[in-house]
Design a protein around this ligand. Structure first.
Ligand code: ZN
Length: 318
């Protein structure tokens, strides 16, 4: 058959000769859309909230640099500055609003501090948050406890911080021994939580603490001494909010032995990363990472060498 305009019905369309208005040129948006993503975990509604992103120098990761460059190239990433998501999570249990980690406020990088805007997009007033759980006290997780003008950001929330984590960052002895370049991390951790301590709103937790029915602390130290994951469990559904088990998917899934210079105890961080990868792969657990590409939800599988990350498919409906 000879293909003609008529074959496609264009001739017929032409006969209708609609008077189409000239299309206006649409202005460019020039900004990214909101960083908000929802999923259901049993009876819980979880909203992943982006705080933005930051460029992480590849040289912060330990391990063979040539092999590292190949892994980054294979993932179409810059071999020098790696774009890195910063994600936090809001859990609506049906009874309580629980925020796990708070973002960076304005203390770290201009590409960060977007959690309040994304929380607003999600339709949540910070005053409605009942509980804040902190995986650890690094700035990208805890500095958002305060607004940009250093006021309490979540006025009705109780703040939960790991016993070991709080002890480490508030220790005068450890602070005195810390290298100068690390001291700002201590200052930010202390300043961020102090107004809540003064208001009597901080509670310490340990491994296995149940914050609310189905929301449990699971210790995974090394990145920081009190670094803790939060396990959500509702009916048959589970989600492991694993915090900073991984800082770069392209490097650390295939080679979990790579530490990042921010790790307080790199060997312990590596041991816990391997332990958590093994659990997640064996149990086919859905995991959420603070620094996996937004929305940072996926599964871990064993690969021929190391592990692989399998992001979840976009869920258009809950
Ligand atoms: Zn982090």
């Amino acid at each position: 058959m000879k293909i003609t305009r008529r074959s496609f019905g264009f001739a017929a369309l032409g006969m209708l000769a609609p008077a189409l208005p000239a299309l206006a040129k649409a202005p460019m948006a020039g900004v990214q859309a909101a960083g908000v993503y929802r999923l259901k975990v049993g009876g819980f509604e979880v909203t992943v909230l982006s705080d933005g992103w930051l460029p992480l120098p590849a040289k912060l990761f330990t391990g063979d640099p040539d092999r590292g460059a190949k892994l980054l190239e294979g993932s179409f990433l810059s071999k020098s500055e790696i774009p890195t998501s910063v994600n936090e999570w809001l859990v609506n249990t049906g009874d309580k609003l629980v925020l796990v980690d708070t973002g960076t406020s304005n203390v770290f990088a201009p590409t960060l501090g977007r959690l309040p805007k994304n929380l607003a997009t999600a339709g949540v007033d910070p005053a409605a948050v009942d509980m804040v759980i902190l995986t650890h006290l690094h700035p990208d997780h805890a500095a958002g406890l305060l607004t940009t003008d250093k006021k309490i950001a979540f006025p009705n929330a109780t703040v939960h911080v790991g016993e070991a984590e709080y002890a480490f960052w508030t220790s005068a002895e450890i602070y005195a021994k810390a290298p100068d370049e690390a001291k700002s991390f201590f200052d930010i951790a202390r300043n961020s939580i102090k107004p809540y301590v003064d208001a009597g709103k901080v509670e310490r937790f340990n491994d296995g603490t149940e914050f609310a029915p189905g929301i449990t602390a699971s210790a995974a130290p090394g990145h920081t001494m009190g670094h803790t994951m939060v396990r959500l469990s509702s009916g048959p559904s589970e989600l492991l909010l694993w915090g900073d088990i991984v800082h770069n998917a392209a490097l650390q899934f295939p080679e979990p032995d790579r530490a990042i210079s921010f790790d307080t105890d790199p060997a312990l961080a590596i041991a816990n990363r391997k332990r958590v990868f093994d659990i997640a792969a064996t149990d086919r657990l859905l995991i959420a990472g603070a620094h996996l590409p937004f929305p940072g939800l996926g599964h871990v599988t064993k690969a021929s060498s190391g592990y692989a990350y399998v992001p979840v498919e976009w869920g258009a409906d809950l």
